[in-house]
Ligand binder design. Structure first.
Ligand code: SF4
Length: 447
C-alpha cells in the first residue's frame, strides 16, 4: 500500500496541500460532509497519479488510481459502519506522508529493534512488514511486538497473522496504538481455511475480525492462491464475503511459489492459464467492483514491476536467522544481519552485495523506472524468468536458506517446470500486455 502512495507523489509536500488535508480531516470526522470530502480526495488522487511524470504506461496509472480509489472507498465504507475508528484513521493519515522498504521476522528483541531503528534512521523507512509463524506469539527478553509498535510510533506495521490471538484486549491495544494493521490469512471460506489450518480456525478468525471491527482497527485479508482455491478466487462471493460482510479494508493475494519446504509442491502452483484468469479477475475487481485487491505478482502494474532486492520504494526480507534475502520467495542470501552487526556494519551494508545489485539491475532492465517496459504480466525474476535468475542474478557467493533451496538450484526437472511455465505464460499474456499497455488499444477488456 505504501508503495502506491509514495510512488504517486502523494508525499509530504502534496499532503501539506491544504485542500487535501482539510478534505481528509472532514472525511474522517464529519459523517455529513464525508461523501463530498471523499469525492474531493479521489479527484486529487486521480489528478496526481495521471499527471505524474514517472515513466509508466497510461493503463498502469489507471490501475494505480483504481487501487487507491477502491481503498479510499472501502475505508470510507468502514468508517460509515464504525468498523474503523476516526482516531485510528487520523493516525493512518499521518503515515501517508512517510514510507520506505523493509521486512523483518522472529529475531531476538534487540536485533529486531536495531533493524527497525536502522530502517528508520538510515534507509528512511516508515513501513515494516512482520511475518512468519504467528507474530503475536513473539516473545524475546520479556518483550513482544507491542513493545516495538509502541517504541516506533512514527512507523507503520503490517502484521501477517492467523488471527487466532486477536482477542478483544489485543484489538483495543492495536486501536490505541493506531500504527498496526493485521493482515489475516485465509484460504477461502470456512471449508478451505479449516482444511489447511485445522478445524475451528475459521471460526476463530471470524471472531478476531469482529474484535477488530468493534475496536475500529482496519484489517486486511491475505490469501495464497493455489490450483485448488483459484476457482473460488475467480468468483465474486469471496470478495463480497470478506469486504462487505466481515469489513476487511484491503486484500492481498499471493500466488503459491514452490520454494523452501514447498519445493516439491509445483502441482499447487497456479497454472499459467489460472494465473491469466486471476489477472483478468483482478482487473475487474478494481475497475468494476471497486475492491482494493492486490494480486502478487499479477498486480505488478501497481508497483512498476518486482519490488524485491531492496529496490527504491521496494522491499527485502530478513528471516528468523537474520539472513537478508531479496524476497520471501527467493530463499538465497549473501549477508546475515547478526554477522554484519558483529563486524560493525549496518543494515544498509546488507543491500550492497553483487547478488542484490544484479537483482536491481535486472529490475531496471526489465521495467523499473523505464519508459518501454517488458511484459508486466510476468514481472517476477525468480518465478517467471528462472533461467535468467540463475544466469544473471545469482552470484557464486550466495548461500541457500535451507536444503530445499539448495536442491532446487541443482534440480533439472524443477528448472524445466519454470522454463515451460515462462513460455506458456508469455504466449498467453504478451498480446494483451502489448495491446492494453503499450499500444493503448481501445476496447481491450478484462474478459
Ligand atoms: S521476486 Fe517475485 S515474488 Fe518477490 S517481489 Fe519480485 S516479483 Fe514479487
Amino acid at each position: 500500500m505504501d508503495y502506491f502512495i509514495k510512488n504517486q507523489n502523494l508525499t509530504e509536500d502534496n499532503l501539506k496541500d491544504d485542500l487535501f488535508k482539510d478534505s481528509m480531516c472532514l472525511a474522517i470526522h464529519n459523517k455529513l460532509l464525508r461523501k463530498a470530502a471523499v469525492k474531493e480526495i479521489d479527484a486529487i488522487i486521480h489528478k496526481t497519479i495521471m499527471n505524474d511524470d514517472v515513466p509508466s504506461y497510461h493503463d498502469e496509472k489507471v490501475e494505480r488510481y483504481k487501487f487507491l480509489s477502491a481503498l479510499l472507498k472501502q475505508i470510507t465504507h468502514n468508517l460509515d459502519r464504525d468498523f474503523i475508528s476516526p482516531e485510528v484513521a487520523k493516525k493512518w493519515l499521518k503515515f501517508l506522508s512517510v514510507t520506505g522498504p523493509s521486512a523483518t521476522e522472529k529475531l531476538d528483541f534487540e536485533t529486531s529493534r536495531r533493524i527497525i531503528s536502522e530502517a528508520h534512521d538510515i534507509l528512511g523507512s516508515r513501513f515494516i512488514t512482520i511475518s512468519g509463524d504467528e507474530p503475536f506469539l513473539y516473545k524475546s527478553d520479556g518483550k513482544n511486538l507491542i513493545d516495538l509498535f509502541e517504541e516506533f510510533n512514527d512507523m507503520f506495521f503490517l502484521v501477517y497473522t492467523n488471527g487466532t490471538l486477536i482477542t478483544e484486549g489485543l484489538a483495543h491495544k492495536l486501536a490505541d496504538l493506531g500504527n498496526v494493521t493485521p493482515l489475516i490469512s485465509v484460504d477461502g471460506f470456512k471449508k478451505e481455511t479449516d482444511e489447511r489450518r485445522g478445524k475451528g480456525i475459521h471460526t476463530k478468525i471470524i471472531r478476531a475480525m469482529k474484535n477488530l471491527r468493534e475496536a475500529g482497527v482496519p484489517f486486511g485479508i491475505s490469501v495464497m492462491a493455489t490450483t485448488r482455491n483459484t476457482p473460488i478466487l475467480l468468483e465474486n462471493e469471496i470478495y463480497d464475503y470478506y469486504f462487505k460482510k466481515q469489513g476487511a479494508t484491503y486484500m492481498f493475494q499471493f500466488q503459491m511459489m514452490p520454494v523452501g519446504r514447498a519445493k516439491n509442491e509445483t502441482r499447487l502452483m497456479v497454472t499459467p492459464e489460472q494465473r491469466f484468469n486471476l489477472y483478468k479477475k483482478w482487473g475487474k475487481l478494481l475497475i468494476e467492483d471497486h475492491y482494493p485487491v492486490a494480486d502478487f505478482p499479477n498486480s505488478a502494474t501497481l508497483s512498476d514491476g518486482c519490488m524485491a532486492f531492496g529496490r527504491w520504494n521496494g522491499y527485502f526480507y530478513i528471516d528468523w536467522n537474520g539472513n537478508i534475502m531479496p524476497c520471501v520467495f527467493a530463499p538465497y542470501y549473501v549477508d546475515n544481519i547478526k554477522k554484519l552487526y558483529a563486524e560493525g556494519k549496518t543494515l544498509a551494508d546488507g543491500l550492497q552485495s553483487a547478488f542484490f545489485k544484479n537483482g536491481r539491475q535486472w529490475q531496471k532492465d526489465y521495467s523499473f523506472d523505464k519508459k518501454h517496459k517488458e511484459n508486466l504480466l510476468m514481472p517476477c525474476p525468480v518465478h517467471d524468468h528462472y533461467k535468467s535468475f540463475k544466469t544473471n542474478i545469482i552470484t557464486p557467493d550466495i548461500k541457500d536458506e535451507d536444503e530445499q533451496a539448495e536442491a532446487a538450484l541443482h534440480d533439472k526437472q524443477y528448472e524445466e517446470t519454470f522454463i515451460n511455465y515462462e513460455k506458456e505464460l508469455q504466449n498467453l499474456t504478451l498480446r494483451l500486455f502489448e495491446e492494453r499497455y503499450v499500444l493503448r488499444m481501445e476496447n481491450v477488456s478484462y474478459e
